[in-house]
Design a protein around this ligand. Structure first.
Ligand SMILES: Nc1ncnc2c1ncn2[C@@H]1O[C@H](COP(=O)(O)OP(=O)(O)OP(=O)(O)O)[C@@H](O)[C@H]1O
Length: 257
């Protein structure tokens, strides 16, 4: 088991964003976390990365308790995330953005290679080779030197994934990677996430694009009003009456079946 979420609750003042949610993810899975708007999905990512501590419950990553660890320590252990809104350094090139991701786990600082010791320069070189390889993986080889704000929307989203992969995660958390993408960009994203899986990386995916979720995920947990409503394979989830009703009653435009 890669990740075990055990009885996680989170209250923000009077709001219960999550109530007693448990699920676990096996190695190599693409695991979907879905639910209507405000269901608590991003809050769950914030619990896993400890942006905020849970009110109660425990999170175990590769048999080690990570609840309460500092976010950078959680990254160092091998969990990396992307955000709902693009958070690239808009004036930096694609390569530089990926290098920043790699440096978040490297021993040397971002620019130390320029002035630093031989071993730091070797490390810098290693990260550059890796950045090149990751840009190829996400289909951005042609854009290595392009300033990220000049990339198309779908390309920026793929660049974010390359940056997250630069820290060599064992678990990748993707928060609505297909948001705002057109159909061909979403198709490319599908193949990219599959390629990430082939590398042995486990993915936890928040996504509103139901056809993509159903095609991609091995298993899914559905949240509704901060509680776990259902868990199962895409087929089980699509046929679950409670899930269908939760989506029909929500104001979002997701369609579960
Ligand atoms: N930092 C915070 N402070 C106060 N309330 C918060 C905070 N973060 C989330 N919430 C509340 O917790 C609930 C769950 O929000 P969350 O963003 O986790 O939902 P979500 O499922 O990711 O929604 P969406 O699909 O719209 O992104 C909401 O009622 C939200 O207002």
């Amino acid at each position: 088991m890669v990740l075990n979420i055990k009885n996680i609750s989170k209250n923000f003042g009077g709001i219960s964003a999550l109530t007693d949610v448990s699920f676990s993810i096996e190695e190599g899975e693409i695991y979907g976390l879905i639910g209507p708007n405000g269901a608590g999905k991003t809050t769950m990512f914030n619990m896993i990365t400890n942006m905020f501590p849970p009110t109660s419950g425990e999170i175990t990553f590769l048999d080690e308790q990570i609840t309460g660890l500092k976010p950078y320590k959680i990254t160092n252990k091998g969990i990396c995330r992307t955000f709902q809104n693009i958070r690239l350094f808009s004036q930096m090139t694609a390569t530089e953005n990926v290098l920043v991701g790699g440096h978040s786990r490297s021993k040397s600082g971002v620019f130390s290679g320029v002035f630093g010791t031989k071993s730091q320069r070797t490390e810098e070189e290693r990260l550059r080779v890796k950045a090149k390889e990751l840009l190829e993986l996400v289909g951005l080889s042609e854009y290595e030197e392009t300033v990220s704000e000049n990339l198309a929307y779908g390309q920026q989203r793929r660049l974010e994934i390359a940056r997250a992969l630069a820290s060599d995660p064992k678990l990748l958390l993707l928060d609505e990677p297909a948001a705002g993408m057109n159909e061909s960009e979403t198709d490319e994203l599908y193949f990219l996430i599959k390629k990430v899986q082939e590398r042995g990386i486990t993915t936890l995916l928040i996504e509103h694009d139901m056809p993509l979720v159903m095609k991609l995920c091995d298993k899914i947990t559905v949240l509704n009003f901060g509680r776990k409503l259902a868990e199962g394979t895409p087929e089980e989830i699509q046929n679950n009456q409670m899930v269908i009703e939760a989506y029909l009653g929500s104001e979002g435009d997701d369609e579960i079946a």
